[in-house]
Design a protein around this ligand. Structure first.
Ligand SMILES: [Ca+2]
Ligand SMILES: [Ca+2]
Length: 70
């Protein structure tokens, strides 16, 4: 059981690290969120942006960004 938890923790960490790397690439003002302008600069369409913005706050966090790229 401990092994399974450790494996899950490692894969969860890798996923998060990959998301963070991608977000940092697009996040030109480095505020930790992707604005519509930053998304457009990264060739993310307005439709894709709106569709991914699950909490409708007008910006994408790492999790929302990942829902586009996957
Ligand atoms: Ca930003
Ligand atoms: Ca959002």
């Amino acid at each position: 059981m401990k092994k399974l938890i450790a494996a899950l923790a490692i894969s969860a960490f890798s996923f998060t690290a990959a998301q963070a790397a991608e977000l940092a690439e697009i996040d030109s003002d480095a505020n930790g969120m992707i604005s519509m302008e930053e998304a457009k600069a990264a060739n993310i369409t307005e439709e894709a942006f709106s569709g991914a913005d699950a909490d409708k706050d007008g910006s994408l966090n790492a999790e929302e960004l990942a829902s586009i790229s996957n």
